[in-house]
Ligand binder design. Structure first.
Ligand SMILES: [Cu+2]
Length: 476
């Protein structure tokens, strides 16, 4: 019997949020209504850290939004935050006017302003929502998970929404944005955290963080997940960090990945740990085979990041010291795109491609202080102009010494090539990391979304604000 327990990403409360079963909710209404109000809040993710933040409905992350695929959503958004904002629905294919990209699909919503977002959320999967107004709202706390349930999914006994996020030091954010030489910019030797990671994970040295959190808090104040022996547990994991890649591991368990960015993977596959770039999501399952207590951790050698952990436990183990994992990825089997794609294939399938665009990712402290596409910054970057029905190939080459999580609005693309080698099976995604130091990656997508302008950008908040952004325009 399915218990339909759902632990939502609601901060400010240590208790689990139990939602009604999916089918009942689907039958309840064809339209699901939410009201989101952005307001300033004092936010304390851990003792000794208090920041002036902005949250949706007084919570960081914002409330979990959830519909069953086929339902419409009606979101009344009210901006009481004192900054300009708008809400972007990350991973959704929706009318352009609902996309929330300020300056492209809508005007910024001023303080005291209101905007109604109404659309049919899809495709089904683990999606999210966040500010996209260019006034640092997301860094201040304006983000949350949005689940579009797929009624065809295999049932889980327990589902848990898990949002990894970081609390920035705003002085370092402002310095990074201004290219201030006093800012902790990229250190060629790397910070201790970066040295412990693979070279391709050098992200986020520009911004200093005060806390690394799961669902609004740092360990040991993180919410705990109670499970039973025999439970099949589905974790919906989002990396909402503004700049940092995360490795995620559950002690004592392998994680079976079924969805990448909410989209079904070619073949579900088990890993010791997930590697999750900024804005990416993975659905990861495990079965509880024995009683115990285990830590779900974001791996890092940064002492501050040890707090990015939460306890999963069975009855009787509430007080037990949880089993933990070493803070290293050395020698473990962690998720990579090529593994998820079942390896490399013979040749790229270029059938039907009508539009080709190559982007060189450039910039950074040692090349130029600006982050660029083909040497230019937004809005002077070369666009991709399409007609409905086009098939588009986008090739990235990364000349910088940081990974870049490239994101396309309003489409699901297929990752088909990495570092010059075609993947055996394409990965359906909306955000993908392009490896540092000469890495390449290719997308193919069909221009079959609603007409309009769709942003394509690096999801590292600093890089995007700096200009590593372009757009896909439909002309007909
Ligand atoms: Cu970037």
């Amino acid at each position: 019997m399915r218990r339909s327990q759902f632990v939502g990403a609601v901060a400010g409360s240590m208790s689990a949020v139990v939602l009604a079963p999916r089918l009942q909710r689907a039958l309840a209404s064809d339209v699901v209504s939410y009201r989101l109000v952005a307001t300033p809040m004092r936010y304390s993710p851990m003792p000794g850290v208090v920041v002036d933040a902005i949250g949706y409905n007084g919570s960081i992350p914002g409330p979990l939004l959830r519909v069953t695929h086929g339902q419409r959503v009606h979101v009344e958004y009210v901006n009481q935050s004192s900054i300009a904002t708008a809400v972007h629905w990350h991973g959704m294919v929706l009318p352009s006017a609902m996309d929330g990209a300020v300056g492209v699909t809508q005007a910024a919503i001023p303080h005291d302003g209101r905007f109604v977002y109404s659309f049919a959320p899809g495709p089904p999967g683990t999606r999210w929502y966040h500010d996209h107004a260019g006034d640092l709202g997301m860094l201040r706390g304006l983000f949350g998970m949005f689940i579009v349930d797929d009624p065809r999914d295999e049932p889980a006994d327990v589902e848990c929404a898990i949002v990894f996020h970081d609390v920035p030091d705003f002085a370092s954010v402002r310095a990074a944005m201004m290219g201030d030489s006093r800012a902790p910019m990229i250190d060629p030797m790397g910070s201790p955290e970066m040295r412990a990671m693979k070279p391709d994970d050098k992200m986020g040295d520009e911004v200093r963080y005060l806390a690394h959190c799961i669902n609004g808090a740092a360990y040991p104040n993180t919410k705990r997940l109670r499970v039973k022996v025999g439970d099949r547990v589905r974790l919906r994991i989002l990396n909402a960090s503004a700049t940092q890649t995360r490795y995620v591991r559950l002690a004592g368990h392998r994680l079976r990945v079924t969805h990448a960015d909410g989209n079904p993977v070619p073949v579900p596959m088990e890993f010791d740990a997930l590697r999750i770039g900024v804005a990416e999501r993975y659905d990861a399952w495990f079965e509880v085979r024995k009683p115990g207590a285990w830590l779900l951790q974001g791996l890092s050698s940064d002492p501050l990041a040890f707090g990015q952990a939460m306890v999963v436990y069975t009855d009787g183990y509430e007080k037990a010291a949880p089993l933990s994992s070493p803070q290293s990825v050395e020698g473990i089997d962690y998720l990579t795109y090529e593994k998820l794609a079942t390896g490399f294939g013979a040749a790229l399938d270029e059938r039907g491609i009508t539009v080709r665009r190559n982007y060189t990712l450039g910039g950074g402290a040692w090349n130029s202080p600006r982050w660029t596409l083909n040497g230019a910054t937004w809005p002077n970057t070369p666009k991709i102009v399409v007609r409905r029905g086009d098939r588009v190939r986008v090739h990235f080459k990364n000349t910088t010494d940081m990974d870049h999580p490239m994101h396309l609005h309003g489409h699901v693309f297929r990752v088909v090539e990495i570092d010059g080698k075609p993947l055996a099976r394409p990965l359906d995604k909306d955000t993908s990391l392009v490896r540092a130091n000469g890495g390449t990656l290719t997308w193919i997508f069909d221009a079959d979304s609603p007409a309009g302008r769709w942003l394509l950008h690096c999801h590292n908040e600093i890089h995007m604000m700096d200009g590593m952004m372009t757009e896909v325009d439909y002309t007909a």
